[in-house]
Design a protein around this ligand. Structure first.
Ligand SMILES: CC(C)(COP(=O)(O)OP(=O)(O)OC[C@H]1O[C@@H](n2cnc3c(N)ncnc32)[C@H](O)[C@@H]1OP(=O)(O)O)[C@@H](O)C(=O)NCCC(=O)NCCS
Length: 176
């Protein structure tokens, strides 16, 4: 079963113990977390629990969020992958594509490169018929990535827990 993807500049793979520290550094940056959840930063313990939850998704569903490694340096650049958007019951059942990169990796098209590989994995390798993307209204970079992936805006809604406006994008495979 495929669980590692390679793009020209990135390796997407399952999570390891030594990813906790670099992912915790990414999650501690308020600029990175501005549009994630309620916008608060995550400490090391929360990051460790989050990575464990991402790995459980892989074990239980055969899909999950990948650790994204910069092939040039071998360093962890961030996360990109698939999860079930349980925080938004009105769109379930669904599989959501998402991403989060450390600031040194922004502005070079890396998130788009990773997201294209994840979407191809979802639709071709795993045979999913539909993938959603959910971003906070105002998160222009994520909106741009969803457009570049060929996703269409489907609806605006409100985060049930945080009361923040959200935009839901969708892509579906078409039958011939
Ligand atoms: C979202 C994120 C991964 C984007 O990283 P990135 O390196 O800028 O991504 P890319 O370079 O692949 O593409 C971003 C696109 O958005 C555009 N963009 C970036 N910042 C923007 C802004 N503030 N306003 C408008 N467009 C913007 C870029 O121009 C680019 O589009 P283009 O290729 O048409 O020029 C990065 O900002 C991040 O990790 N943010 C924090 C976590 C997060 O918000 N995750 C998503 C939750 S839904």
């Amino acid at each position: 079963m495929v669980t590692t993807l390679r793009t020209p500049r990135l390796t997407l793979r399952r999570w390891r113990e030594d990813d906790v520290a670099p992912m915790a550094a990414i999650n501690a940056d308020p600029e990175v977390m501005r549009w994630v959840g309620d916008g608060s930063v995550h400490d090391r313990a929360r990051t460790e629990a989050g990575i464990a939850a991402w790995e459980r998704e892989w074990e239980e569903r055969g899909v999950g969020p990948f650790a994204v490694e910069d092939r040039g340096s071998g360093r962890l650049a961030g996360m990109a992958g698939l999860s079930v958007p349980a925080f938004l019951p009105e769109i379930l059942p669904a599989v959501e594509i998402g991403w989060r990169f450390g600031r040194p990796y922004w502005g070079r098209g890396l998130a788009t490169e990773a997201a294209r590989a994840v979407l191809d994995f979802a639709l071709r390798d795993r045979g999913l018929a539909r993938v959603v993307g959910v971003h906070a209204v105002g998160n222009a970079a994520s909106a741009a990535i969803m457009r570049k992936l060929g996703m269409r805006p489907e609806r605006e809604t409100t985060h049930p827990a945080y009361g923040l406006p959200l935009c839901v994008h969708v892509i579906e495979t078409r039958c011939s």
